[in-house]
Design a protein around this ligand. Structure first.
Ligand SMILES: *Cc1c(COP(=O)(O)O)cnc(C)c1O
Length: 357
């Protein structure tokens, strides 16, 4: 199968090779070294500020979203949550469950966040802003510079879910003055699902030290303490952490985060150019390099997904809920090449010839 979903995505041969090895015992200096290197490299790729830290949570991206809300916020906070799709909605639900006071900025499907939408919240006593910089359900990549300016002006603690955007779109945690950045193993990191990563500024670490969350597994105080020596409080997904290590070094050796972003951007631009003559409409106002959201003009989006899966050995990414028949997405993250785009375009052209588009 050729995989154009937004996660899990295709892994490189080297990453897959590590996955086939026996999983080693992990309370060792050797594994600690891998974990310390993982922290160092992730912080470098995120352009994390001085004195920041990173922790590795065994659990998918949502585990780190929840850990961030529980550990860095309290009932004394007042949050602005940007809700432009199913991942924004997830933060709204997390604030509700954990009783963090919040206001929600709901954005129409596929639309950007504008300065006008933020203005009513200017200078109104908010303490934090929570955003999925790439709302993967719609493919919209928000203007993070504009958000960052707003947060600086209002002295807001900025929590950024960059799970599907990290390594695909430019992100400079230090310059943006972001307090938390979250990512996951199965998106552009192109490893199996199971690990999520939280990069924490010094301010975020301080908030965690002063907080007393009612949870054990997702307690970041203990995660931070153990990660000081390259360990975790509980048995982590050891195999995936070893694969992440290989992948991070692979990115470094290939020219670092800029080269990786450029590689993904090239794939996205190539695909968007080649898809132009087919009966689709682009859905997202300001697309992330990670994914292209498309609306088929004549047929059901879900039927296209099924046909490509069943008869062409290709996975694209279907949408859920109300959008199941209206929108599908094509991911550009993972071990994909320009030739793979051509295979997908050829398949779509063949479907058009067969009257299926
Ligand atoms: C994939 C993703 C997540 C995490 O989803 P999991 O299924 O828990 O890994 C969170 N936010 C965004 C924006 C994502 O793309």
């Amino acid at each position: 199968m050729l995989n154009f979903t937004v996660g899990p995505v295709q892994s490189s041969d080297y990453v897959r090779e590590i996955g086939s090895e026996q999983v080693p015992y992990f309370r060792t200096d050797e594994f600690s070294e891998i974990m310390l290197e993982n922290e160092r490299l992730v912080k470098k790729l995120a352009k994390a500020p001085k004195n920041s830290r990173a922790v590795f949570i065994t659990g998918s991206g949502t585990a780190s979203m929840e850990a961030t809300i529980i550990n860095t916020l309290t009932k004394e906070d007042k949050a602005i949550v940007i809700n432009g799709g199913s991942f924004g909605k997830r933060f709204v639900e997390l604030c509700k469950i954990h009783e963090i006071p919040y206001s929600e900025i709901a954005i129409e499907f596929g639309k950007c966040l504008t300065e006008d939408m933020l203005m009513p919240y200017d200078n109104k006593g908010y303490t934090t802003l929570i955003v999925n910089v790439h709302e993967t359900s719609t493919g919209v990549h928000y203007d993070i510079d504009m958000i960052s300016e707003f947060c600086k002006r209002n002295n807001l603690f900025l929590i950024v879910d960059a799970i599907s955007s990290f390594l695909a779109d430019p992100f400079d945690m230090d310059k943006l003055n972001a307090s938390v950045m979250i990512t996951g193993s199965q998106k552009a990191l192109a490893c199996p699902p199971g690990i999520s990563i939280i990069v924490l500024s010094a301010e975020a670490v301080e908030r965690i030290e002063n907080n007393d969350p009612k949870c054990m597994y997702l307690n970041l105080k203990s995660a931070l303490k153990d990660q000081e020596r390259g360990q975790t409080p509980f048995t982590p997904a050891v195999g995936i952490l070893r694969q992440i290590n290989i992948r991070l070094k692979e990115i470094e050796e290939n020219g670092g985060v800029e080269s990786e972003i450029e590689r993904i951007q090239k794939l996205a631009m190539d695909f968007r150019e080649k898809i132009k003559n087919l009966p689709f409409e682009f859905v997202s106002e300001s697309p992330s390099n990670a994914v292209t959201s498309l609306h088929p003009l004549n047929v059901s989006a879900y039927d296209i997904f099924l046909e490509l899966k069943n008869n062409y050995n290709i996975w694209i990414c279907p949408n859920g809920g109300d959008l199941k028949d209206k929108v599908f997405r094509v991911g550009h993250i993972g071990a994909l090449r320009i030739e793979d785009n051509d295979v997908l375009i050829t398949a779509l052209k063949d479907m058009e010839k067969r009257g299926l588009l």
